[in-house]
Design a protein around this ligand. Structure first.
Ligand SMILES: Nc1ncnc2c1ncn2[C@@H]1O[C@H](COP(=O)(O)OP(=O)(O)O)[C@@H](O)[C@H]1O
Ligand SMILES: [Mg+2]
Length: 555
C-alpha cells in the first residue's frame, strides 16, 4: 500500500470484494453435496437422478419404471444413465433444471418428497463437468403428441447459468419420460455403501417401483414392483404457526398478498381459521385489521408471543404417506432372507411445526451373520441413507434402546449384535438433515422419542419370538434326553421281565405316547403371533422397557 496516498486501506480491500455465485461456492465445496470421494460421488449422482424420477412419477401418478445403467469407461470414468417413464420436462425448463443450482419445484412448499433443496441434479451435473469436462446429456418428452428434446448442457459457474452446447429434437421410442446421462469420475465397489446396496434398499421401501439396474460389469438385475397400487400423492400443507421463527414471519408479512393480519394468518398457516386468527391477534394485542406491510419488528414479536399463547390444533397429518406396515414387511421379505419379520407404523407427531411419522422394521435370523453388529437401514422419505451413520438420529435411537430385554446382546452405547436387520423410516414434509448432502437426520428430541417407541414396539415382538424359540429349544433338548432313554428302558424291561420283542416294542410306543401326552406337541410350541400375548406377559418378567427410562433419556 502506497504510504504517501491518503486512500484508506478499506478502499483497496474493496477492490477484491465481490459476489460469489452459488455454483462457484459448490465447485469448491462439493463435499457439502455428497461428492467428497469417487465412490460416494457415483452413488450421489445416481441417487439424485433416481430421487427426481421417483418424485416426478409420483406427482404425475405414474407407476414408476426406472432404469439405472453404469458403464465403465476405464481410468476411473463412468457413464451414468438414468431413464424414467415420468411426466417429462417442458423444453424451456430443461436447461435451468439441469444447469442452474438452486432451481426446483420443491423448496417453496411443504410436501413429503425426496428432493427439497433444488440443488440435487444440477450438483451432479456440476460434478460431472468438474471431473470430466463433459456436458450433461438430457432427453425428455412430455407426451406422444410432442417431440422428444435432446440437450447437451454445461453450467456457466461464474453466473450460475446454463450454457447450451446442443439443442435438438430426436426420435425416442418412449411416449414420455426423462433420460439423464452424465460422465463422472468415480469408483465402483460392491458391499455396504455401494450403488448395489442403494438399489436394493430403494426397492425395499418403494414397492410400487420397477427398477432395472445394470452394473459396470454389465450384469443386469430387474427388481419388479410388488404393489400395483399407485403411490398416494402426499398433500401439500401450509406451515404450522408453532414452527415459525421471527425472521421467517417478517419475510412472510412482507411478501404476503393478504391485506389484513387476520386474513394473512388464515391464508398462510395451517390450523388457523378466522376465529383462531382473531384469537391470536387478541393475544398479541394487535388489531386483526392491521396491514401486514405495516407490521414492525416489535409488532411481529408481539405476534409471535400471541401465537405462543393461543392453543392451536396440531398440524394435519394426512399430508404424510408412510410405506405402511404390510408393504414394509413385504419389502423386507423380498430382499432379506430371515425367519422372523415385524414392522410398525407409528401415528404421526410434530417437530418444529412439521408433521412426521416414524416406521420401524426388523428381520431376524435366516442367513444373516450372528457374530456381527446388526445391519441398520436408515430411510428418509423412502430414500436409503448410506453415509454418516454415526451422526444420524436413527443410530442414536437404536443404541439407546435396550435390546437385551428382547433377547439380543448389546454393550452399552453400541449397536446390538446378532443376525438381525433393523430398519427405520422417517417420513416428513421437511426432513431435518444435518447437511445439504442429506445423509444423516438431526437429533430432534421429538423425532428421537418416536423412533425409540417404534423400535420398542418391533423389539417386543422380536423378544416374544426369540423367547419362544428358546423355550422350544429347551423343550426339544429335554425331550431328546428322555427319548434317548426309552429304548434302554425297553431293553432293560425285556431282560428283567423276560418278555418278547413285540411286547417290548409296545412298551416303547406306550412310553413315547406318554411323553407326548405329558409334554404336549412340539408343533404347538412353534411360534404363532396370535399367541403373543401370553409370551409378552412372560417377557415382561425379563424386562419390558418402561416409560420412565425413556423419558430420562430425553430430559
Ligand atoms: N426426471 C425428472 N422428471 C421430471 N421433473 C424433473 C426430473 N428431474 C428433475 N425434475 C424437476 O427439476 C427440479 C429440480 O431438481 P433437483 O435439482 O434435483 O432439486 P429438487 O429435487 O430438490 O427439487 C425438480 O424439483 C423437478 O421439478
Ligand atoms: Mg432432486
Amino acid at each position: 500500500m502506497a504510504k504517501d496516498s491518503d486512500e484508506p486501506i478499506a478502499v483497496a480491500l474493496a477492490k477484491n470484494q465481490r459476489e460469489i455465485s452459488i455454483s462457484q461456492f459448490f465447485e469448491k465445496n462439493r463435499h457439502l453435496l455428497g461428492f467428497d470421494n469417487k465412490r460416494k460421488s457415483l452413488l450421489t449422482a445416481i441417487k439424485e437422478a433416481v430421487d427426481n424420477s421417483l418424485d416426478a412419477c409420483e406427482e404425475a401418478k405414474i407407476l414408476p419404471e426406472i432404469s439405472v445403467q453404469i458403464i465403465d469407461m476405464e481410468n476411473d470414468r463412468f457413464k451414468v444413465i438414468v431413464e424414467d417413464n415420468g411426466p417429462g420436462i417442458v423444453k424451456n425448463q430443461i436447461p435451468k433444471i439441469f444447469a442452474k443450482l438452486l432451481y426446483g419445484s420443491k423448496f417453496h412448499r411443504l410436501r413429503q418428497s425426496r428432493g427439497q433443496q433444488g440443488i440435487g441434479i444440477s450438483a451432479a451435473v456440476l460434478y460431472a463437468q468438474l471431473t470430466t469436462g463433459k456436458p450433461a446429456k438430457i432427453t425428455s418428452r412430455i407426451g406422444k403428441n410432442h417431440p422428444a428434446h435432446y440437450y447437451e448442457l454445461h453450467i456457466d459457474t461464474h453466473n450460475n447459468k446454463p450454457e447450451i452446447v446442443k439443442d435438438d429434437e430426436v426420435e425416442w421410442n418412449k411416449e414420455q419420460g426423462t433420460k439423464v446421462e452424465l460422465d463422472v469420475e468415480a469408483s465402483y465397489m460392491q458391499g455396504a455403501q455401494s450403488v448395489d446396496e442403494y438399489i436394493k434398499e430403494t426397492a425395499i421401501v418403494n414397492p410400487h417401483l420397477t427398477l432395472i439396474y445394470t452394473n459396470p460389469k454389465a450384469e443386469q438385475v430387474v427388481l419388479p414392483r410388488t404393489s400395483e397400487k399407485p403411490f398416494e400423492l402426499p398433500k401439500e400443507i401450509q406451515p404450522h404457526p408453532y414452527g415459525v421463527e421471527i425472521g421467517m414471519l417478517m419475510t412472510m408479512l412482507k411478501y404476503t398478498q393478504s391485506t389484513t393480519l387476520q386474513s394473512f394468518l388464515t391464508a398462510e398457516f395451517s390450523r388457523v381459521g378466522s376465529g383462531t386468527a382473531k384469537q391470536i391477534c387478541e393475544n398479541a394485542a394487535l388489531l386483526p385489521k392491521t396491514k401486514p406491510i405495516d407490521m414492525s419488528r416489535e409488532m411481529t414479536q408481539q405476534l409471535m408471543d400471541g401465537i405462543k399463547k393461543t392453543k392451536l390444533m396440531s398440524p394435519p397429518t394426512d399430508c404424510l404417506t408412510p410405506i405402511g406396515e404390510e408393504q414394509l414387511e413385504k419389502g423386507l421379505r423380498k430382499e432379506i432372507n430371515a425367519e422372523f419379520y415385524a414392522t410398525v407404523t407409528r401415528t404421526p407427531d410434530v417437530y418444529r411445526g412439521n408433521p412426521f411419522v416414524i416406521e420401524a422394521g426388523i428381520a431376524y435370523g435366516g442367513n444373516q451373520p450372528a457374530e456381527e453388529s446388526i445391519r441398520l437401514m436408515r430411510f428418509a422419505n423412502r430414500v436409503p441413507l448410506l453415509y454418516q451413520q454415526s451422526a444420524c438420529a436413527v443410530t442414536k435411537a437404536v443404541m439407546n434402546t435396550t435390546w437385551r430385554s428382547y433377547g439380543i446382546s448389546q454393550s452399552k452405547n453400541a449397536l446390538p449384535l446378532g443376525p438381525c436387520t433393523v430398519v427405520i423410516h422417517v417420513a416428513s414434509v421437511w426432513v431435518p438433515f444435518t447437511s445439504e448432502s442429506k445423509e444423516a437426520i438431526a437429533h430432534y428430541p421429538e423425532i428421537l422419542k418416536e423412533m425409540k417407541l417404534a423400535l420398542q414396539e418391533v423389539g417386543r415382538k422380536l423378544g416374544s419370538y426369540i423367547h419362544k424359540k428358546k423355550r422350544v429349544g429347551i423343550e426339544l433338548k429335554k425331550r431328546g434326553y428322555i427319548e434317548k432313554y426309552i429304548p434302554i428302558v425297553g431293553e432293560a424291561l425285556r431282560e428283567i421281565l423276560k418278555i418278547k420283542e413285540v411286547e417290548e416294542k409296545k412298551i416303547r410306543e406306550e412310553l413315547e405316547k406318554l411323553l407326548e401326552k405329558t409334554r404336549g406337541q412340539v408343533e404347538d410350541l412353534e411360534f404363532d403371533e396370535s399367541k403373543n400375548v401370553e409370551y409378552d406377559e412372560e417377557l415382561a418378567k425379563i424386562g419390558k422397557p418402561d416409560q420412565k427410562t425413556l423419558e430420562d433419556d430425553y430430559d
